[in-house]
Design a protein around this ligand. Structure first.
Ligand code: PLP
Length: 487
């Protein structure tokens, strides 16, 4: 009998032996152990009619449900976790900050050592390529702040600046608030709100080698084609009207872990700088270690002018995100009005900063980015071994602990499934049901036909080789079982 939630032993925190999750939990009265058993009565969420498994405890890589199941957490929410659940060091850091009595901070009145220490840690983590940190409560808010910072950057230099537009990418997701959604190229999430979204945002194609490669095109030729497309967009809009180009180095939610092609970031930055525009990277999902380097751009050595981070920054312990600001941008504010015309009540965030500082210190001191690279390579290798020839798996791609599988009706034509079927959603539900008991993050062809259904795997950075083995084999079992039923 597996441990129940109340009598969990401490030692299953970091697992280095075959996992217990395969054992069926004892059924409780009224429990079906299918996907979910309880509907929410008061919480307003996206899926109003769905019944969910109810989780009551988290530890390491595991979640424990009210009806006695043990779930391997392979998505960590939406890719937030570095250290897994319930790390006592982070809990204690939060408690210590609470005990100081400084739980909020009006940054226009006061400074705070915890907040400053976090900012220093973050700047050091960019190899001092970035100069300042603007803290926010979510990735969407960080994108809002990046939009305002980039516009004010030009306004500081000339109040009559003609720089009013952005170039972003199709099949991108930058957040759900109106400014961030306005930049995004996620067709389905934009649709209900189109009348309210910024008009002066223009999209170029994403960087998706699987879907966009022409014939036997090399990566160099592919990158050159993307740079030419961006250059042409600048020319079409008038280069003096463009504030910046915004991109996710590895596309998360919209396309399912689609990484940049080597050379792409450098080529795109070159085009931006040729026209005096800013190069803005959204690393809310792919950053803070998830790709195997602390920042995804570090693998190419291509620092942006502005960068957003989130998710892994607080590691899931507190909601916190940020904009990292280069010296070039900061100097314009410093030499200009000396003010960023923005701000929110809770922006000082000492509690969130305490949590994030502890998470970041542990990631650095325990060299967890190395583990992300090692285990990530192993995960990719296993997924390709187990599913590389499956007739409905079109592409297996990723970097670090950020892997995506894209499903197709036909591998040769790459024809996606009808989004109405909800292939990815159904795969997620199957994975979370008995006996698989594992989270998988779904994306159901919602990016406007730019990709098919996909799922993402993004476990915490503490995963072991055994965990990866289990994740890959469970994923393969779920995918095979799902498609064996026929659609
Ligand atoms: N940018 C990217 C790349 C994201 O993946 C997300 C969220 O998934 C956001 C921005 C928005 O972040 P949040 O959900 O914290 O507002």
């Amino acid at each position: 009998v597996p441990p129940t939630a109340v009598e969990l032993p401490d030692h299953d925190f970091i697992v280095s032996k075959p996992l217990p999750v395969r054992r069926a939990a004892p059924k409780q009265k009224g429990s079906t152990h299918a996907y979910g058993t309880e509907k929410t009565e008061y919480l307003m969420d996206r899926n109003i009619h769905k019944a969910f498994p109810v989780i009551i405890r988290g530890k390491g890589n595991y979640l424990y449900t009210k009806d006695g199941r043990i779930i391997l957490d392979t998505t960590t929410g939406a890719a937030v976790s570095c250290l897994g659940h319930g790390d006592k060091r982070v809990i204690q850091a939060i408690a210590r900050q609470m005990e100081t009595g400084i739980t909020y901070l009006a940054t226009s009145f006061f400074g705070n050592n915890t907040v400053e220490a976090l900012c220093k840690e973050l700047i050091n983590g960019t190899d001092r390529q970035m100069a300042r940190v603007y803290l926010t409560g979510s990735g969407s808010e960080a994108m809002e702040a990046a939009v305002k910072l980039s516009r004010q950057y030009f306004y500081e230099q000339d109040q009559n600046t003609r720089r009013v537009s952005y170039i972003a990418r199709e099949g991108s997701y930058h957040g759900n608030t109106l400014g961030a959604l306005g930049i995004s190229g996620h067709v389905a999430r934009r649709a209900p709100y189109l009348p309210f979204l910024m008009k002066n945002v223009h999209h170029v194609s994403s960087c998706n080698f699987y879907r966009q490669r022409q014939g036997r095109e090399t990566t160099d030729a592919f990158v050159a084609r993307k740079a030419a497309e961006l250059d042409a967009k600048f020319q079409e809009l008038g280069p003096e009207t463009v504030i910046g180009f915004v991109a996710e180095p590895i596309v998360g939610a919209a396309l399912g872990c689609v990484p940049y092609v080597p050379g792409y970031l450098k080529a795109m930055r070159k085009v931006c700088h040729k026209y005096g525009a800013l190069f803005i990277l959204d690393e809310v999902m792919c950053g803070m270690g998830r790709s195997g380097t602390l920042h995804a751009w570090q693998a190419e050595g291509v620092a942006p002018d502005l960068q957003t981070i989130g998710k892994g920054l607080g590691g899931g312990y507190q909601p916190i995100a940020a904009v990292l600001i280069s010296k070039k941008v900061f100097d314009v504010f410093s030499d200009g009005s000396g003010q960023f015309v923005h701000g929110q009540t809770y922006q000082g965030m000492p509690i969130q900063a305490a949590a994030a500082l502890e998470v970041q210190k542990i990631v650095r001191e325990e060299k967890l980015c190395d583990n992300v690279r090692i285990q990530g390579d192993y995960l990719g290798q296993l997924l390709k071994q187990l599913l590389g020839n499956h007739p409905n798996v079109g592409d297996i791609r990723g970097m670090g602990l950020f892997w995506g599988l894209e499903f197709v009706k036909d591998r040769d034509t790459k024809e996606p499934f009808d989004p109405k079927i909800g292939v990815a959603q159904k795969i997620q539900e199957l994975a979370l049901s008995e006996p698989h008991n594992m989270t998988i993050y779904p994306g159901t062809g919602t990016a406007g036909g730019l990709s098919g259904d996909h799922v993402m795997l993004c476990p915490a950075y503490i995963v072991t080789k055994e965990d990866i083995h289990h994740i890959a084999h469970t994923t393969a079992a779920v995918v095979k079982e799902f498609f064996s039923h026929g659609l």
